[in-house]
Design a protein around this ligand. Structure first.
Ligand SMILES: Cc1cc2nc3c(=O)[nH]c(=O)nc-3n(C[C@H](O)[C@H](O)[C@H](O)COP(=O)(O)OP(=O)(O)OC[C@H]3O[C@@H](n4cnc5c(N)ncnc54)[C@H](O)[C@@H]3O)c2cc1C
Length: 301
């Protein structure tokens, strides 16, 4: 049951009305949220879920590195977890942190603690919640690999702990259902050597800056890889590399990165994406799926 106006709820923590979302995403497109809310405690989140979760439209935004915001924004509450405590706890080889902590911060923390297993997070510009939701992966590793447990907030506002095998993790999917919020997680890492982890992270960052357009707004890989295929090769095969529609473009440097040359709209990004999907389907009979997550309404009129 949705339908109550976000202004009807008395939020605690940081609240901004008609908040532009483009600056909060790495793609830098899209409109405003009716309300942008940054709760300062998990309890506030649970209370919101209990009291208003069923009647006020709301959505989660992590670090916005895999999110395409609709041009007319989001007519509800966008919840960011950046004002929640950012601590990382260590117990033996286990590290626990809140969903709002950035992956890069955790990767560096683990490196300093000589713990290996999350070095691949150093180049992922997202939050722990986003990485878990997307089961983010790179260089042969996925977020679920070292995961011990994840704490979620249910649509009814209850805190529930899950083991990874109780969720449905797969390639770029976590099985976290609509309405659930990832609150925190614990990972078990392996003993490692700081200098070796540092070198691994340097190699990853060097490799990324060689092959990816890191100086342009993007959301990383635009399409997921179909089984046994590489999306960049499929986009190349239909002449997609460098194609442009308004300020939306397929990167010259990496043809599975869709970039914003400055003033792209979400409509431009999707029209270009649809063009690639059509061409690839016609040429190869493969239906591409976008990895980027949509926030807001994309219905065409
Ligand atoms: C330059 C660049 C490189 C990238 N490289 C990689 C890569 O190598 N591998 C890879 O997998 N991805 C990569 N990405 C994509 C992106 O960084 C990851 O998907 C990242 O995990 C998204 O995290 P986020 O916090 O930014 O998520 P957001 O974009 O904020 O959100 C993504 C989804 O997760 C949901 N979500 C976020 N937080 C929560 C929460 N606490 N509870 C429930 N749902 C939540 C959101 O509602 C949304 O549906 C890259 C992106 C860029 C820009």
């Amino acid at each position: 049951m949705q339908g109550k106006h976000p202004y009807d709820y008395k939020f605690s923590g940081g609240v901004q009305c008609d908040a532009p979302l483009s600056a909060l995403t790495t793609l830098k497109v899209g409109g405003a949220a009716k309300v942008l809310w940054s709760p300062s405690s998990v309890e506030e989140l649970c209370t919101f879920k209990k009291e208003a979760g069923k009647c006020i439209a709301h959505a989660l935004l992590g670090d916005g590195s895999n999110t395409l915001v609709a041009d007319n924004g989001f007519d509800g509450v966008v919840i960011r977890l950046k004002d929640l405590p950012q601590d990382i706890y260590m117990s033996g080889k286990e590290v626990t942190m809140g969903a709002g902590v950035s992956c890069g911060t955790v990767a560096r923390f683990a490196r300093e603690a000589e713990l290996d297993g999350l070095a691949f997070w150093c180049g992922i510009p997202g939050s722990v919640g986003g990485a878990l939701y997307m089961n983010a992966g790179a260089y042969g590793r996925e977020t679920v690999d070292p995961l011990v447990s994840v704490n979620l907030i249910s649509p009814e506002g209850e805190r529930v702990q899950f083991k990874p095998q109780e969720l449905d993790f797969s390639y770029r999917q976590s099985g976290v259902k609509d309405g659930w919020i990832i609150e925190s997680a614990t990972f078990k890492l392996a003993e490692g050597r700081k200098d070796k982890i540092k070198q691994d992270m340097r190699d990853i960052n060097r490799d990324r800056s060689k092959s990816q357009p890191l100086n342009m707004p993007s959301s990383g890989s635009w399409f997921t890889n179909p089984k046994g295929q590489k999306s960049w090769q499929l986009v190349d095969s239909v002449g997609g590399r460098g194609q442009r529609l308004g300020d939306a473009a397929v990167s010259e440097k990496h043809s599975n990165f869709f970039v914003n040359h400055g003033a792209a709209t979400a409509g431009d990004m999707l029209a270009l994406s649809d063009e690639m999907i059509d061409k690839i389907y016609k040429e190869h009979g493969i239906l591409m799926t976008t990895e980027v997550q949509k926030l807001g309404s994309f219905e065409r009129v």
